[in-house]
Design a protein around this ligand. Structure first.
Ligand SMILES: Cc1ncc(COP(=O)(O)O)c(C=O)c1O
Length: 425
């Protein structure tokens, strides 16, 4: 099979024209700064879409997560000294299989992440692992919870457990803007299901401003605080007066112009992403692979990234170290390394599943809890303990993200499917 002439991407921004109009408006009115009509409008549009009272526009989703983490930390443990993070000496439960940006804010605030293993039904944090983690670490009061690849996790169960134990939830909806979850019979947008919500508009997201993020809340004091912190924590004085640490995290009015132009296309983008997912599902019929799963009854994903997972008995040998990967091809079998390599050879962009945080060098000493309890130190040279439970590493080993760009044509997607079929020959 020949190479794709035009590169087929994982996920890039799709512009519609209105974005330029709003950028021009910012230029024409000379609001080329971190204030202006575009910012006011995207905050209004996002709050309306999500169904929350306040949305604070920030430079990145990471910034939103950082300020949400700090806010939760202050609520739980009080204001910290300038030279110390608010989570100093505190543990925080966190999704394990995610992008590092979900977790790093815990470190920015000097906290220690305790990683919760993943479940197979939605590839998100396992409520059973959360229950075990609470048994082991009953003092923990905060959870960072992610909806991976736009698929809502078991947030209903997770909320119930957290409410019973007085644990606050930071909901990382950076990948799941537009995804919905049925809570007590009502469809709720992700980003509104925790105590603090965070979304991202970075370059590959379902709606993009090239970069950008937002903090979501129903609490006015929290919104005011995040707005203050994000603009260098200025006090009400004629000069620059400061009583607490500040950040330069506010969104630019130019970026907000792009997002303002994008917002009305959310539904269209989701429908196209969904069509890509369904097309892959159909195209993979007969292959020993499954699509990334979701709860069809209680959730409506935004299908941001389509992924596949190879059946266990159809995996060829694959070895990965911290930077390289090798495989041995076998007839009728394949592995993510082979598929990603073959896609790349044909000018198509795939990506491995997020490598779980507990296996990242930086977090190797952090605790990891599975549905069976402590996930560390579970092997024994002398006694057969059976297979270790580590769902995240299993999905990482057998899964991969597929080209999911909404500008990909059906013919191009057929080429991707064909490459994957060839890998199993
Ligand atoms: C799960 C997750 N959390 C956080 C982020 C951080 O968002 P941003 O890139 O806007 O800082 C991203 C995306 O980049 C993400 O995928």
């Amino acid at each position: 099979m020949k190479r794709a002439e035009k590169r087929i991407y994982l996920s890039t921004g799709t512009m519609h024209g209105d974005e330029e109009k709003y950028i021009k408006e910012a230029f024409d009115t000379n609001w080329v700064t971190t204030a202006g009509r575009n910012i006011d409008e995207v905050e209004r549009m996002a709050a309306e879409y999500i169904g929350c009272k306040y949305a604070v526009a920030l430079g990145t989703g990471t910034g939103a997560l950082h300020l949400a983490t700090k806010l939760a930390g202050e609520r739980l443990y009080g204001q910290a000294k300038v030279e110390r993070g608010v989570l100093f000496g505190k543990r925080v439960f966190a999704t394990d299989m995610t992008f590092g940006a979900s977790i790093n804010p815990i470190g920015y605030e000097d906290g220690e992440a305790i990683f919760l293993d993943t479940e197979y039904d939605t590839w998100n944090s396992d409520p059973e692992a959360l229950k075990k983690a609470i048994e082991i670490y009953p003092d923990v009061r905060l959870l960072v919870c992610v909806h991976l690849y736009g698929t809502p996790g078991k947030i209903c169960e997770i909320r119930k457990i957290c409410d019973e134990h007085g644990i606050l939830i930071i909901e990382d909806a950076c990948e799941s803007l537009g995804s919905k979850y049925k809570l007590d019979g009502e469809w709720i947008e992700t980003g509104k299901l925790g105590d603090y919500g965070c979304i991202s508009f970075n370059g590959n997201k379902i709606i993009t401003g090239s970069s950008g993020g937002m903090f979501l809340t129903d609490n006015k004091d929290d919104a005011d605080k995040v707005r203050k912190w994000s603009t260098q924590s200025r006090e009400a004085a004629f000069w620059y007066q400061h009583e607490e640490i500040g950040y330069n995290y506010r969104m630019s009015n130019i970026i907000a112009g792009i997002i303002r132009g994008q917002m009305p296309y959310m539904g269209e983008h989701i429908a196209k992403k969904r069509a890509i997912y369904e097309r892959y599902k159909e195209g993979f019929k007969g292959l020993p692979v499954q699509m990334n799963p979701y709860d069809a009854e209680n959730s409506k994903p935004n299908f941001w990234l389509s992924c596949l997972i190879i059946d266990e008995d159809a995996m060829c040998e694959q070895v990965r170290d911290d930077s390289k990967a090798l495989y041995i091809h076998e007839k009728g079998k394949s592995c993510p390394t082979e598929i990603l390599q073959k896609l790349e050879e044909r000018n198509m962009e795939g990506r491995p599943i997020w490598k779980p945080m507990h296996a990242q060098p930086i977090y190797r000493n952090n605790a990891f809890v599975t549905a069976r309890g402590n996930g560390r130190g579970q092997s024994n040279a002398y006694i057969d303990k059976g297979k270790k439970l580590d769902v995240g590493m299993d999905i990482f080993a057998r899964g991969l993200c597929l080209p999911s760009d909404i500008k990909m044509t059906p013919e191009e997607q057929d080429m991707v499917i064909e490459v994957i079929r060839e890998c199993f020959e």
